[in-house]
Ligand binder design. Structure first.
Ligand code: FNR
Length: 401
């Protein structure tokens, strides 16, 4: 049994996130499912899914409850988690009629890399817990859809394995080992493997009741492989689960400051993206230190409850950035119309987290493909209805007020 405190620290790193064997065995046990899954059709299959919410319902049935709750839940009272979605719903579209538009070009570029649609896959940890093929399946789906796969430092496969699985564009999301030699090596590996950018997530440390209640964490073998994959040299295969958890809890730098980016710039030529910005002064500082991209994000409402919905911060961040960096957003994107709203506010593209985690759980690579395609089709439909010929030209005037 792992002490609660050690468990909390393990999740802080964002690097430990897989269910225990006993939780996996619990799969299939009848448990009341949280929230709206009670209304799920009993036999909804992935091929019948017509929207993101359908994949959520399938995942709710398929996954052991602790794993489902790891994906699903947010921090503390989940005010921010809910608001990420609700804020999109508060924004209204005001489409002009008779625009003579039959189809919209969804292709764009992100930091110079062409993609087929402005919907990227956000870095998500522990994907092998959702489906046996985990991040390898998600990477293949992203490549097939022509979009970027954001590779989590904690994806549960090495960056080499993910690179070998699919040759689509990838960003490497770096959690930073305290040992900067290992951090440097990670960045060099990503560069050598032709990853297109390094994403530094700065809102570190998830704080979720459900995960503490469930004592949700990586099983020993996965945690061992994860630490070895990262390249910690003194991880010993003979270490017990508790020892590995303690090692993991101590290995990551949770106290980054801005000077980290000077160091990172000296370590790589790749474009640098900061993920987790909500404030305009931070956005300006990101530009001042020469970062190439900003992801307006609150970590999907998983870190600090009570912060604003991300879509409500996009316009202010964009104004602060003044075109000197590309601005992306994530959090609460569940519909093609959400993407339209983000683009109209000036975001270059959006990232999705939970939608593809649910789809991965539901049907592996095919599920992730399908969920991206469903969002793509919703986006296409919405942009035609709004008279837009290209995702690169979505006017703010589409938004009411
Ligand atoms: C995440 N997120 C995340 N972010 C990150 O930088 N590294 C990580 O390892 C993870 N892991 C992770 C696991 C799970 C299960 C989720 C749901 C999310 C946050 C993620 O990149 C993104 O910011 C949010 O998921 C976006 O919100 P939505 O789309 O889930 O509402």
């Amino acid at each position: 049994m792992i002490r609660r405190r050690a468990f909390g620290r393990a999740l802080f790193g964002g690097a430990a996130a897989l269910a225990s064997a006993s939780q996996v065995e619990a799969k299939g046990e009848a448990e009341a499912l949280p929230r709206d899954s009670a209304d799920a059709p009993a036999a909804l299959s992935p091929g019948d899914a017509v929207c993101v919410a359908d994949f959520r319902r399938i995942a709710a049935v398929q996954l052991p409850r602790p794993t489902f709750e790891y994906i699903e839940t947010g921090s503390a009272d989940e005010v921010t988690l809910r608001d990420n979605v609700a804020a999109f719903q508060r924004i209204k579209l005001l489409p002009p009629i008779l625009s003579g538009v039959a189809t919209t070009d969804l292709s764009t570029t992100v930091l110079g890399v062409p993609i087929k649609l402005p919907i990227l896959l956000a870095p998500v940890a522990a994907q092998r817990m959702y489906h046996p093929h985990g991040a390898l399946a998600a990477a293949r789906a992203a490549a097939a859809c022509g979009t970027v796969f954001g590779v989590s430092s904690s994806a549960a496969n090495s960056i080499e394995e993910i690179a070998a699985a699919a040759d689509g564009p990838k960003w490497y999301q770096l959690y930073v080992p305290k040992n900067r030699n290992i951090a440097r090596r990670l960045v060099e590996r990503a560069e050598k493997l032709s990853y297109k950018a390094i994403v530094v997530t700065v809102d570190l440390g998830e704080w979720k009741h459900a995960d503490r209640r469930n004592r949700f964490m990586l099983p020993r073998e996965m945690l061992l492989k994860h630490l070895q994959d990262v390249g910690f040299p003194d991880v010993d295969p003979g270490m017990s689960h508790d020892q590995l958890i303690a090692y993991n809890a101590a290995a990551w730098d949770q106290a980054l400051s801005w000077d980290f980016f000077d160091w990172l710039r000296s370590a790589t030529k790749l474009p640098l993206i900061i993920k987790g910005i909500l404030r305009t002064d931070d956005a300006r500082r990101a530009v001042d230190v020469g970062l190439d991209g900003i992801v307006v994000s609150n970590h999907g409402g998983r870190r600090l409850d009570g912060v604003p919905a991300t879509i409500d911060r996009v316009a202010a961040v964009l104004e602060a950035v003044g075109g000197k960096a590309e601005v992306f957003m994530d959090g609460g994107v569940r519909r093609g119309t959400d993407v339209v709203k983000a683009l109209a506010l000036g975001a270059r593209a959006v990232l999705i987290g939970r939608p593809y985690a649910w789809a991965l759980a539901a049907d592996g690579e095919a599920g992730v493909r399908r969920v991206v395609e469903l969002l793509r089709d919703e986006l296409q439909n919405a942009l035609v209805a709004c008279g837009c010929r290209s995702v690169r030209d979505v006017p703010k005037s589409l938004l009411l007020g």
